[in-house]
Every structure is written in C-alpha cells, then in structure tokens.
Design a protein around this ligand. Sequence first.
Ligand SMILES: NC(=O)c1ccc[n+]([C@@H]2O[C@H](COP(=O)([O-])OP(=O)(O)OC[C@H]3O[C@@H](n4cnc5c(N)ncnc54)[C@H](O)[C@@H]3O)[C@@H](O)[C@H]2O)c1
Length: 341
Amino acid sequence: MKRKSDTISFVGLGYVGLCTATVMASKGLRIIGVDVDEKRIEQLRRGQPPFHEPQLQPLLKAAIRKKRMEFTTDASQLAEANSIFITVGTPTNPDGSIDLTYVKKATQDVGSAIAGSPSYHLIVIKSTVTPGTTADVVRPVLEASSEKNCGPDLGLCSNPEFLAEGSAIKGTLSPDKIVIGSIDAKSGGALTKLYRRIHQKIKVPTILTDPTTAETIKYASNAFLATRVSTINTIANICQRVPNSDVETVAKAIGLDPRIGSLYLKAGPGYGGSCFHKDLQALINYSQNKNYDPILFRATEETNEQQATRVVGMAEKLLGSLSFNNSSIISFLIAILCLLV
Ligand SMILES: NC(=O)c1ccc[n+]([C@@H]2O[C@H](COP(=O)([O-])OP(=O)(O)OC[C@H]3O[C@@H](n4cnc5c(N)ncnc54)[C@H](O)[C@@H]3O)[C@@H](O)[C@H]2O)c1
C-alpha cells in the first residue's frame, strides 16, 4: 500500500487531467482519477484514452499494468491522496466569460471528500480560470464543504496548465516552466516538492507567486500567442497585395530576431483548437468588467475570424464555388490550401 504522499488524485480526466495524471504515474506515483463520465471511466480502465495524443496510450497501459492508476466515478476516494488536482472544463458563457459550474461542483466534491480527514490536503486548481477565481470562488466553496480553513491544515494553489494538444505528454514530461500560485508558503512548498519529484533529472524554471498572478500568467500567455498568429496573418494579407512579396520569407527573417523568435509565425487560416478563442473571450470579458477595453485582443479575435472567411474565399477562387454546407470538406480544402500557399 503506497503512502498518501505517493498518491495523487485528479478530478476531471479530459485532456489536461488524463495527460498530467499519466505522466505522474509514469514517474512512480499512484493515481486515483475521478470523472463523472461513466463511459470514460470504463474506457480508461481498459487502457483506452478517449482522444488521440502521441505517447499517451502506451504510458496509460503501462501504468494500469503496474497498478499505478485507478479510475472511478466515486469522488469520496479523492481523500486517499494528499494532493488533489482539479482539472475539469471551464467552457464559455454566451457573454465570453467562463462557466465555473464544473469547477464549483468539483471543489464541493473535493471538500466533502476530505471533510473529517485529519491529514493535510493540498488542492490544486489546474483548470484555466480568470484572475481571482481561486481566491474568491474556489476558496470559500472549499472551506464551506470541507469545514476546514485554508492554512496549516488545508493547502490551495493555482497551477495553470500550458500544454499544447498534440505534444501534451512531451510538454508535461519536460515543461518550459511551472507556475505555482499559492495561498501560503506551505502550499507552494508542497507543490514545488511534488514537481521536483516528477522532474528529477531536469531543472524546470518555476515561478512561485500568488494565485491571482498565476491565473493571469495563463491568460497573458495565450493572448500573446494568439496575437502573434493574427499579426503574421495580417502581414500575409498585406503581402498578398504586394507583387512578389513572400510571407514565408518575411516570417523566416523576422523569426531570426531573438526578440521575436520563430514559433507561431506561420501564416494560415488562423488559430482554432480549444483554448485561444475561449481564453481571449474570457480575458476580454474580464477586462471590460474591470472598465478596461483591451482593444488589441479584440482586434486579434476579429482578425482571426476574418482570416477563416478569407481563406475560404481563396479556396473558392482556386477551386470554384464552395456553396455546399459541409464544414469538414471546407476544412479539408483549407488544409490543402495552407499546404499550397
Ligand atoms: N485541452 C487543452 O489543450 C488545455 C490546455 C491548457 C489548459 N486547459 C484548461 O484545462 C481545463 C480542462 O480542459 P480539458 O481540455 O482537459 O477539458 P475536458 O472537457 O477535455 O475534460 C474535462 C473532464 O472533466 C470531467 N468533469 C466535469 N465535472 C466533473 C466533476 N464534478 N467531477 C469529475 N469530473 C468532472 C468531464 O467529464 C471531462 O471528462 C480547462 O479549464 C481548459 O481551459 C486545456
């Protein structure tokens, strides 16, 4: 039987929860993974990830074979671990803000599970939440449901995730940084120690800060990357109007400047995926509620929306009318077009 400190619980086994948990299991920790989706739990018990991610399946299967990962819908089992990660989704509300229903429910489940436990528990918010959420929303829900006060007996950290789909395992095994926003030194120390254990052989730059700054770092990071994408697409649209001007050469040359760097400088149909648009919308809504209009990020989003339409227009010019209503064919054509231009 492993010690509590060797056991880590996860609430929410989606992209972030499952990839992080599997990497931790590969480093010798025991994982208890909880999800409300029974079908997903059944699938995971058979070693089947619910999505494709390079390297995930073999690591998952190996961890199950070594009895390092257990999956359940029973949230009361969370208390078997000292460290409990909340990795549930934070979808977008119609006004752009994030829906905290899952985070609040998961926090309540964690609080109820650890209520009455004499052990120290560290709760880690890995879901992407707007600045202030850990301190102002999670903390009161956690304290009420656990009947404990955050402090010497109950730790709380914000620990945003920066993985990219497609390189999630690689990114989790050797992240470029770890951001820990803790409510006190004990919580921050406990999480730092856990990550040192996972990344024994590599030195990962670790930013220790307060929860609100940690939450802001996550949004700043995605806002910056999304703005780069919209910037190079703007340059590409200008190049298209200038005879003999080649955006790829422009991107290659400016990327050699160490102040700029070469990543996220590929002109194309704009950003998609599950995070940039969602996080930009949340940051815009959050800023506007604080009486600040982030004009730059609104322009980033508008440029991105126009870019998709522009690329379809280019495809139409090359291939004739695309009046059929089949988004998968359109996506396919856009992908081909991106390879061509
Ligand atoms: N996907 C990414 O690339 C990525 C990268 C960085 C950060 N994030 C952020 O991380 C968070 C999680 O993202 P994801 O893509 O893993 O989400 P996801 O939607 O893939 O998975 C969330 C999981 O949580 C489960 N869940 C919901 N409520 C629950 C509860 N009360 N108890 C147990 N399980 C519950 C769902 O069934 C689902 O399996 C989000 O805030 C997201 O913005 C995502």
